[in-house]
Design a protein around this ligand. Structure first.
Ligand SMILES: O=C(O)CCC(=O)C(=O)O
Ligand SMILES: [Fe+2]
Length: 360
């Protein structure tokens, strides 16, 4: 499951009404205007996020390629928390189809999209649906974006009645795309375990097909005042691993490092990966889950496709015992995945990060 956990102090309750529809012209509605101190300022530069060749990484061979890719991966995970992957096995035509189906969905009239609203009876929230806001409350600044969230794993728990009927291709394309990102997720989980010299299946065994995976299609309309609003407020991803597909010529994504925001630019046909909270805990803090946010753009609209992989409900989320000894002590207390998912919303509501409450 994916959660967006704001690092700042955001207060709110889960009760709340559906947010007003985005106004695309004229004044910015007050609920979208960020407090002065949280408004975007000039980026510190472009984050030098490495591109890891997934094929080379997972194919130990004589040319030493895997070792090179591993070194890039390790550096990325210990610094930015983000890396790009190439040679990931998803052909350009499937990526295009995924992006185009997402754009077609968001390109429909509002009434059509509202049929899939994730707010039931004006107040109850469902994880899946259109504008899948997890936190809406009086006084909370809203993100300048729309989202469609659909659970893709476990396979037997897909709620197809909540999936859009238009565009017709969306369902099959998303299922095909997610079947491929699952392979990528496993490949990365294996690589992470190898980097930490754990049993190769250590992370795979905790993120199996029984774990929840959520697809989130995101749409950021052009905004006349990008200096006042955010497309997606600063947050950390919950769960295990996020696979993000963004367009290479739009920009907007930023990552926070040492108190400064850096732009994250995608390269053609690559995917962006970031680890999430549970892997940060299981790696005993060696791998970092990066705070990130999305800015808006005055001219260009922006579409993104994210798949968030969670951990199995029966997993105990804890620093891997193989990483600990008398010199390397656990930096986090353990938490059952069930309790993690049960309380992570409450922490979110209170503007806190669950991982911070587990620090020893
Ligand atoms: O749209 C993006 O580029 C990022 C979205 C994101 O960070 C999220 O959905 O958690
Ligand atoms: Fe995110």
């Amino acid at each position: 499951m994916h959660l967006s956990i704001p690092p700042g102090n955001m207060k709110g309750t889960m009760e709340g009404e559906a947010s007003p529809e985005l106004k695309l012209e004229g004044d910015i509605p007050a609920r979208y205007v960020m407090p002065q101190q949280d408004r975007p300022s000039a980026a510190a530069g472009v984050a030098p996020i490495p591109v890891v060749d997934l094929g080379r990484l997972s194919r130990p061979d004589a040319d030493g390629g895997a070792v090179e890719e591993e070194a890039k991966l390790r550096w990325a995970l210990e610094t930015w928390g983000f890396f790009m992957i190439t040679n990931h096995g998803i052909e350009a035509s499937l990526m295009d189809a995924m992006m185009n189906a997402s754009k077609e969905f968001f390109g429909q009239p509002t009434e059509e999209k509202q049929k899939y609203n994730n707010i039931i009876d004006g107040k109850r929230f469902r994880l899946e649906g259109y504008r899948s806001e997890l936190l809406q409350s009086e006084g909370q600044t809203l993100d300048w974006s729309c989202r469609l969230s659909l659970q893709v794993e476990p396979e037997g728990e897909r709620s197809f009645h909540l999936w859009p009927k238009y565009p017709k291709s969306l369902r099959d394309v998303l299922l095909q795309y997610a079947s491929r990102t699952k392979i990528i997720k496993d490949c990365i989980m294996r690589a992470l375990a190898n980097l930490l010299e754990l049993d190769e299946d250590y992370f795979i065994n905790r993120t199996t097909t029984r774990a929840r995976a959520l697809a989130r299609l995101g749409y950021y309309p052009p905004c006349p005042r990008p200096d006042l609003v955010l497309g997606f407020k600063p947050h950390y991803d919950g769960g295990a691993l996020s696979i993000l597909f963004i367009e290479e010529n739009v920009g907007g994504l930023q990552v926070l490092r040492n108190g400064k925001w850096y732009n994250v630019l995608a390269k053609p046909c690559t995917l962006l990966i970031n680890i999430a909270e549970c892997i940060e805990i299981m790696s005993n803090g060696i791998f970092k889950s990066p705070p990130h946010r999305v800015l808006t753009n005055a001219e260009k609209e922006r579409t993104s496709v994210a798949i968030f992989y969670g951990v199995d409900v029966e997993t105990v989320v804890e620093p891997a015992p193989g990483l600990l000894d008398e010199k390397r002590l656990a930096r986090f207390k353990k938490i059952k995945a069930e309790d993690y998912y049960g309380t992570v919303f409450e922490h979110f509501r209170q503007g806190k990060r669950l991982i911070d409450t587990l620090i020893i």
